[in-house]
Design a protein around this ligand. Structure first.
Ligand code: HEM
Length: 507
């Protein structure tokens, strides 16, 4: 209630000023690309009108702008630059990376949740965490991950759960639980057993989701003053955030304490998982280690689950692609290779996942903050302190980048046929045209791990089951993006056994 009062009062303060400007027409609407902007309030009207479809709205704007970069004016003189231009993305993520850190704005806004974790730091703090983590993503660990961690979770939990689900289940929720168990096992050597038949109510997950939603709200706030005031008074959403963060922190600190005890008993465990590596790398500050844990949960839990959720939805809409994938699964199951090699070799499935993430990227937008005044490669002026956001969702829907059939789910755009063997070969795209995993020195650390996990899940699930969305005909799920994107309201599905005919695609 207090929440609402505060927001309304501030808006009411702004209204007379706006009225004054509109009435006397002393202000000419901006002629530049982007939404109409007025002094003092900037594009507040358009921002409020489109607040529930911020990603889709801004995607339309950038894709309809010749340079593919727009400057959006926020209230009180604040500005946000949004781009879908690959040359600008390359500039920001690679060529001039030093001029585009995450910056103080994001850091302060997200500090309550992420602290000094890798997703919220620049400079030496980032370099240190990146270097220690990199050692955990070598071929040996990846092989162990897919052959033991993912496979155990798949065969021991996910498939048994699906085989006994007679009624409608929320597949998005199931996949989040799956990914959460996985990331905790591989990164912290801890099994939260979230995906068990009783589907236990998970206090941590509820708190984590709430903290993410409210923190994203802070990042997108038209008037940051409001949330800062609410934080000061500990009311409304900020009170809820404080409570949620306390639950998340308690969880992360318990994992850390448990690991410290384990290491005290057996110091040779030092390089067994990521958390042990950090604890034996000279950093024993529990708060800092808990920050790292939280960043890894955020990076690893909701990304692969979002990608798979939309993937299964798209497969349902495209039975031809589902049968191509089934063919590939059958072929691979006949070959006598290790699980790791087999999964790596699933080229058509790999292309289908890339294609699905092009249309529904798990991370829709990502912002940096300019550290100096400069002009971007497309001529856009950027002042020191401006946030510069690259729009992954818009880039995946750009006709210039993907052609007139960009709206089509067509994995073949990622493939070419090898003339001698007649087999598909994967044709990667430039990382700055497809920054789904970011690109450059801060490219996602878990990219390969994510693909292995997703391909193994796709093979395991599709071989036995058909996933049938339990939504009315013509209903299109809604893509909503917080730090990571979700299918609004979950993904209700029925699981149908394929029975004797594994190639069966009809329900
Ligand atoms: C489909 C799955 C995934 C997608 C689309 C994805 C995407 C991304 C993106 C866009 C970023 C940049 C975020 C930023 O700087 O604000 C990122 C960073 C990162 N990701 Fe992923 N990610 C995925 C899965 C994973 C997994 C499974 C892990 C961990 C095991 C992981 C670990 C990380 C880490 C540690 C970073 C920070 C890298 C750095 O700042 O140097 N990601 N990811």
């Amino acid at each position: 209630m207090i929440d609402l009062h505060l927001s309304t009062s501030i808006l009411f303060l702004l209204l007379p000023i706006t009225f004054f400007f509109l009435l006397f027409k002393s202000v000419k609407p901006a002629r530049k690309p982007g939404p109409k902007s007025y002094p003092l309030i900037g594009s507040l009207f358009s921002l409020l009108q489109n607040r529930h479809r911020f990603i889709q709205w801004t995607a339309d704007i950038v894709n309809n702008t010749p340079t593919k970069t727009v400057t959006i004016h926020l209230p009180l003189g604040r500005v946000r630059v949004i781009t879908a231009n690959p040359a600008v993305v390359r500039h920001v993520l690679k060529t001039s990376l030093h001029l585009y850190p995450k910056g103080a704005r994001a850091r302060n806004t997200l500090f309550d949740l992420l602290g000094d974790g890798i997703l919220n730091v620049d400079g030496d703090d980032w370099r240190f965490q990146r270097q220690v983590s990199l050692r955990e993503f070598n071929t040996k660990s990846l092989r162990h991950f897919v052959e033991h961690v993912v496979d155990d979770e798949l065969n021991g939990r996910l498939l048994p759960l699906l085989s006994t689900s007679a009624a409608v289940i929320d597949l998005q929720n199931v996949l989040q639980r799956f990914a959460f168990d996985n990331i905790c096992k591989i990164a912290f050597g801890y099994d939260p057993a979230c995906l068990t038949p009783s589907m236990p109510h998970d206090i941590f997950a509820t708190a984590f989701d709430e903290a993410v939603v409210i923190s994203t709200g802070r990042m997108r706030a038209n008037l940051p003053l409001i949330w800062k005031l609410k934080r000061l008074l500990n009311v409304g959403s900020e009170k809820r955030l404080r409570n949620a963060v306390a639950v998340v922190r308690e969880f992360a600190e318990n994992i850390t304490k448990e690991k410290i005890r384990e290491l005290e008993k057996n110091s040779s465990l030092g390089s067994v998982d990521l958390l042990s590596r950090f604890l034996t790398s000279g950093h024993s500050d529990e708060k800092f280690i808990a920050d790292i844990v939280i960043s890894f949960i955020l990076a690893g839990r909701d990304t692969t689950s979002a990608a798979l959720t939309w993937f299964f939805w798209l497969l349902h809409k495209n039975p031809r692609i589902e049968s191509e994938i089934l063919k590939e699964i059958q072929e691979k199951s006949k070959k006598e290779t290790s699980i790791y090699e087999g999964v790596k070799d699933m080229v058509y499935t790999h292309a289908s996942l890339c294609e699905s993430m092009r249309l529904y990227p798990p991370v829709a937008i990502d912002a940096k903050q300019a550290a100096a005044d400069e002009v971007l490669p497309d001529g856009t002026f950027v002042r020191k302190g401006y946030p510069v956001t690259y729009h992954v969702y818009a880039m995946g829907r750009s006709e210039e980048l993907w052609g007139a059939d960009w709206a089509e789910f067509r994995p073949e755009r990622w493939l070419e046929k090898d003339v001698s063997s007649g087999r598909w070969v994967f044709k990667p795209r430039d990382g700055y045209e497809y920054p789904v995993f970011q690109a450059g020195p801060r490219v996602c650390l878990g990219k390969e791990m994510a693909f292995l996990q997703m391909k193994r899940v796709v093979a395991g699930v599709l071989r036995r089951f058909k996933v049938v969305p339990a939504v009315d005909d013509g209903v299109q799920p809604v893509y909503v993006a917080y730090f990571t994107a979700v299918m609004e309201g979950g993904f209700p599905v029925r699981i149908v056994e394929r029975g004797d005919n594994p190639m069966r695609v009809d329900p």
